[in-house]
Design a protein. Structure first.
Length: 423
């Protein structure tokens, strides 16, 4: 394939995937704006609403390896289309729910499952199977930036919609917007593999004739071997902290702003600034993955969060402080995704990347469950989020240290090297 055609294929894949992530992740990352309106309308209490959103954090992660496995087998198009429909349904029925169980079903299960089916594991896996190895890091960065742009776009938009047409109308608007993902899903409907000689995207029937005749490892075997790998488990540990950090902030940053006596628009613009800054961070990290070892990139990103949270706690709580804090956090926000996916790809290849990276995202969202839920307990029982900030700092430092022992060489090479060592 000519260079110009390879470039066209690259941009087609990443733009479609980034646009999908913009729709599925944008409003989800701004869901904390609905905590106060939901509490006022239902009287359920912040702890109950936070628990429903915490369930959503877990479900979003639990869906990822399942959606990834289905996409690995049948192609991503169907998975993405079903995800868009379920996401729209979740947004549409949430205003009709008046009980804790109802919110768990709508926000905790449907909205989260729909967004999870159209998220990182499926989209980055689809891109990796269509692109040569040297382009995958940058592709992951651009796709990730799409989700961040969605946050930048939807956070102030939702705040304005809530003020103009109410929180119910805002959610129904998001249900309609979610359906715009359907035509994008159709564009990624075919299952493809990357030609090992040219890196071009080719159909499986053609690709099978060009690839070496190597017996394919069953999915169960690949998962079992991955879970025995120390580097893979350390990656999970670090990503757990990332989920805790992000879920705590997207759920409770509006509450923190309110505690400081600042207006709601400070929270919405802070979330938007996080998304905008993460576009820069994602693109920079996507480039960095191709030039530096991913584990060191992850170390510095997690370590920087410890410093940033500490500086925030020491600073006066003004709108400018929140905007600076948001910009600093945004540089690393979800920019952890490209190097994490990159390490998984280096360890195990791209055949089951959607599934194995999906499992890593599950770890991320288990952390997210605790970040959202414990934040609700903290504000209910303590009246502030102080101990959550301290926990966030400690976990970020632990995550940074967890990444240093990771070995990025492929498993096959590590096994071969071990076999050559004298007994």
């Amino acid at each position: 394939m000519s260079s110009s055609k390879q470039q066209s294929s690259f941009w087609f894949v990443v733009v479609v995937a980034a646009s999908l992530l913009m729709v599925t992740m944008g409003a989800r990352q701004s869901q904390g704006l609905f905590v106060s309106p939901l509490n006022t309308a239902t009287g359920l209490g912040i702890a109950s609403i936070s628990f429903a959103m915490a369930i959503g954090q877990f479900v979003w992660g639990a869906v990822q390896p399942i959606a990834g496995a289905v996409a690995d087998r049948y192609g991503p198009g169907r998975v993405l289309a079903v995800g868009a429909i379920v996401l729209a349904l979740g947004w549409a029925i949430t205003p009709l729910m008046s009980s804790s169980f109802g919110l768990i079903v709508s926000i905790g299960i449907l909205t989260a499952a729909g967004a999870g089916a159209g998220s990182f594991s499926v989209l980055i896996g689809a891109a990796a199977q269509r692109l040569p190895a040297e382009n995958r890091g940058m592709a992951a960065g651009i796709i990730n930036a799409g989700g961040s742009f969605g946050q930048f776009l939807f956070a102030p938009l939702l705040q304005k919609l809530i003020s103009a047409i109410g929180w119910m109308g805002s959610m129904w608007s998001m249900a309609v917007i979610s359906l715009f993902a359907l035509p994008l899903a159709w564009l990624l409907r075919k299952k493809q593999v990357a030609n090992s000689r040219t890196g071009a995207a080719i159909e499986p029937s053609i690709g099978a004739a060009l690839q070496p005749k190597v017996p394919e490892k069953p999915l169960k075997t690949a998962i079992f071997e991955a879970l025995q790998d120390r580097s893979y488990l350390l990656l999970h540990a670090g990503f757990f902290t990332c989920g805790f950090h992000i879920a705590f902030l997207i759920t409770h940053l509006p509450g923190e702003v309110a505690l400081c006596g600042l207006p709601p628009n400070v929270a919405s613009w802070s979330l938007a600034i996080i998304g905008l800054a993460n576009i820069v961070g994602s693109l920079a990290v996507g480039w960095g993955v191709g030039h530096y070892r991913s584990k060191y990139i992850l170390f510095w990103m997690y370590a920087s969060r410890t410093v940033m949270v500490g500086l925030y706690l020491l600073a006066p709580k003004t709108d400018v402080t929140f905007y600076i804090f948001a910009a600093a956090l945004g540089l690393t926000w979800l920019a952890t995704v490209p190097p994490t996916a990159g390490v998984v790809g280096k360890l195990f290849g791209t055949r089951y990347l959607s599934t194995l990276f999906g499992l890593t995202l599950l770890s991320h969202q288990i952390g997210g469950f605790f970040g959202a839920w414990l934040g609700g307990l903290a504000i209910t029982q303590q009246g502030n989020y102080d101990w959550m900030w301290y926990a966030d700092m400690a976990l970020a430092l632990a995550a940074a240290l967890c990444n240093l022992p990771i070995r990025e060489a492929p498993i096959v090479k590590r096994a071969a090297a071990a076999a050559l060592k004298p007994a």
